[in-house]
Write a protein that binds this ligand. Structure first.
Ligand code: FES
Length: 91
């Protein structure tokens, strides 16, 4: 397997950026929070943006395709949690 380094300051590979994106990072800042990539010289930020913009971010791809991000059952749980929280604040 060939390692393609995106961030030479911290030794972060393209594969690692994709893994962070799969775990929910959709912006270079979020990738930086997870890996420090882009937080030193900053020369890799555009490459990270490019990876995230080429289908590297599953959440963004889902949003752009207008597919529901939350499953209906998850939305029901979230709505129930919100109603419980608002009932608790009203009391
Ligand atoms: S190459 Fe990524 S911060 Fe320098």
């Amino acid at each position: 397997m060939i390692r393609v380094f995106v961030c030479s300051c911290f030794g972060i590979t393209e594969e690692q950026v994709r893994e962070h994106a799969a775990e929910g990072a959709c912006t270079p800042r979020q990738v930086a929070s997870a890996s420090k990539a882009g937080t030193d010289c900053g020369s890799c930020v555009r490459r990270i943006q490019g990876i995230l913009g080429r289908g590297g971010c599953p959440r963004r791809t889902a949003l752009e395709s207008s597919e529901p991000v939350l499953e209906p059952s998850v939305e029901g749980v979230a709505a129930a949690a919100l109603s419980t929280a608002s009932a608790a604040t009203a009391a």
